[in-house]
Ligand binder design. Structure first.
Ligand SMILES: [Zn+2]
Length: 248
């Protein structure tokens, strides 16, 4: 299906590392009809190839430095050196500024995660990248890779919660929301003990938050996690010896 090109525009970006100016496509907000949202906030649009997450990462074509709007533009000298040694010298010029496929979006996220690790960006920034990378694999129905990146996202969100860096790293994140989200990611990777613990902490905030929708989702997913845990335990029981029915 042809995509509606009017929904895209060129954003002027400046590379934090080499100061090169380049264009990278973005999706106009409000240009897409939302079809549904998963319980970890993964959003589906009428034209999935115009899902804004495909265009969140900008990649400098000159040096390979990849970033999002949440990355800090400040770079200490030792970080510059790291970017130089690990990205710039190895970079073979490649253009990510045009219309992207899922595979190109995935490659852009992996570059941004690598940059974020070298730059020691906030845990919330890395968590958000891992989560969106997991969703891109969900769109491609690659469950193994989806679960791998959900697991990494859960670990980074946990660190973000412990260090409270989600407060400055992501304007949409609140304490209730991050507790719920960690619980939901843990449930999806079948770490049911942690899932239940985070859901209960989210629900415990019910009198201190106006996010009643999140509290209600935490309750639902909490009972789902308990149910899934029971089912998993039951499936682990040794099979009872089944005597074959005597043939009549
Ligand atoms: Zn650059």
């Amino acid at each position: 299906m042809a995509i509606n090109l009017d929904a895209l525009y060129d954003k002027k970006c400046t590379c934090h590392y080499c100061k090169n100016q380049f264009l990278s496509k973005r999706v106009r907000s409000g240009s897409q009809k939302v079809l549904k949202r998963d319980t970890d906030f993964c959003t589906y649009y009428q034209q999935q190839l115009l899902n804004p997450i495909i265009y969140t990462v900008s990649v400098c074509p000159a040096c390979g430095y990849a970033f999002t709007d949440l990355f800090s533009s400040f770079m200490q000298p030792h970080v510059r050196q790291r970017i130089r040694d690990n990205i710039w010298v190895k970079w073979q010029e490649k253009e990510y500024g045009h219309i992207r496929t899922y595979d190109e979006a995935i490659a852009a996220y992996k570059l941004a995660i690598y940059t974020a690790m070298l730059k020691e960006e906030a845990h919330s920034v890395k968590a958000g990248l891992y989560l969106r990378l997991a969703w891109l694999h969900r769109f491609q129905k690659n469950e193994q890779e989806e679960l791998r990146f959900l697991n990494l996202a859960a670990n980074e969100y946990e660190k973000s919660y412990v260090h409270s860096d989600y407060i400055k790293g992501d304007k949409e994140m609140s304490e209730t929301r991050i507790l719920y989200l960690i619980g939901e990611l843990m449930r999806r990777v079948e770490k049911f003990d942690q899932a239940v613990s985070y859901f209960s902490r989210a629900v415990a905030r019910k009198d201190r938050t106006i996010e009643t929708g999140i509290i209600s989702m935490a309750r639902d997913q909490w009972s789902l996690a308990r149910e899934e845990y029971k089912q998993k335990q039951a499936s682990k029981q040794p099979a009872e010896s089944t005597e074959s029915e005597p043939l009549s």
